[in-house]
Design a protein around this ligand. Structure first.
Ligand code: ADP
Ligand code: MG
Length: 353
């Protein structure tokens, strides 16, 4: 459905995209995830035709080569964070507009706009003016307006960014349902890993205009392949060391400080002797018995965070963070050794620089 290969884009001396390739299948929900400035919006603008790339090898939408084709001629529509609704038109006029300019009759356009509004649960507010709507309702109108012309691909640039947390979570579910109902390809931009993991079939993680890692949400969550990806996906503990030996997927590593522990290799492209990082989530580390795999540890600090408690422990490999949802011991001596399931400790090569 969407095929982009080797896009380079520069704004003056700033390289916003360096050799990015991605593709999406029909009906796929693809999320482009990355921090501010990583090139997400530029990527969408190149796809939609709002930006002419510095160079591109291939850019196809629905099998059609769209390189050089103006934005209005491309079979895709963009939903922006700021909605970009027409303030002088009411709700249904906003939604019908795209059909009207494509030459559809007034009656036909209104009927179809009505259906699109019902799809986003705004059927009852068709005659309201835009000023009478809440932020969430405006976002729904923008969605209805975007899908009413049935583009092959819907491009969404942080569409929920302006909404408060509760509404955002509701809208995430609604968007997923809408996408499934329509069977449309969605290319969705966000800087929120939680949003990306919730909504997507596949996630592309970007860093400084390049793709750092892409895969199913669970791949990124459980098997980050670089320190940046692990950090971005919320791994609290990332330790340095070197790989001693491999046994299938399992790696034995010597951490800085000398302790030897084990974990799971995220890629096969690490060799014994190579510098690695070992990453573990705070909630996946816990106290273990003296004879079990792990690290000797002493409790140095605890922070009550309402839903859970974070504990710091000191080990030969440095300070580790543990998280408990079931309360935490008070006495310093309460923890003497910590460990983890092998599948929860991810080993990947350390990249210098
Ligand atoms: P994101 O959407 O991930 O925040 P952008 O694609 O907007 O990232 O920006 C990528 C890089 O390109 C950033 O360094 C940004 O400052 C730069 N950039 C974006 N738009 C322009 C522009 N119109 N002129 C100059 N630089 C820009
Ligand atoms: Mg952006």
């Amino acid at each position: 459905m969407l095929e982009v290969s080797n896009v380079v884009h520069k704004y003056g001396r700033v390289t916003a995209l360096s050799d990015v390739s991605l593709s999406a299948a029909k009906g796929e929900f693809l999320t482009i995830l990355g921090s501010s400035g990583s090139g997400k919006t530029t990527m969408l603008r190149v796809i939609s035709g709002l930006e002419t790339p510095y160079s591109v090898n291939r850019l196809r939408i629905g099998g059609e080569d769209v390189v050089g084709l103006p934005a209005a001629k491309r079979n895709c529509t963009t939903v922006f964070q700021n909605y970009a609704l027409f303030p002088h038109m009411n709700v249904i006029e906003n939604v019908a507009y795209g059909l009207r300019i494509r030459g559809r009759t007034a009656q036909d356009s209104t009927a179809e706009a009505k259906r699109a509004l019902e799809m986003v649960q705004l059927g009852a507010k068709a005659d309201r003016s835009i000023g009478q709507l809440s932020g969430g309702e405006r976002q729904r109108v923008a969605l209805a307006r975007a899908v009413v012309t049935r583009p092959a691909i819907l491009l969404l640039d942080e569409p929920l960014g302006a909404l408060d947390e509760r509404l955002r979570q509701d809208m995430q579910l609604e968007l997923m349902e809408l996408q499934r109902k329509l069977g449309m390809t969605f290319i969705y931009i966000t800087h929120s890993q939680e949003e990306a993991l919730t909504m997507s079939d596949r996630v592309v993680l970007m860093k400084h205009g390049r793709i750092e890692q892409s895969g199913a949400p669970l791949d990124l969550f459980d098997r980050p392949v670089t320190r940046f990806a692990a950090d971005f996906m919320g791994y609290e503990n990332i330790l340095d060391g070197k790989l001693l030996r491999k046994d299938g997927e399992i790696g034995e590593v010597e951490l800085v400080g000398g302790a030897v522990v084990r974990g799971t290799l995220a890629t096969s492209d690490i060799q014994p002797g190579g510098a690695i990082n070992l990453a573990i989530r705070a909630e996946r580390i816990g106290p273990v018995a003296a004879d079990e795999d792990g690290l000797d540890a002493t409790l140095s600090n605890r922070v009550y965070r309402g839903k859970y408690t974070d504990m710091m422990v000191e080990t030969k490999a440095g300070t580790l963070r543990l998280r408990s949802w079931h309360g935490a011991p008070n006495e310093k001596g309460a923890i003497s050794r910590v460990g983890w399931k092998l599948s929860d400790a991810v080993i990947f090569p350390e990249h210098k620089g």
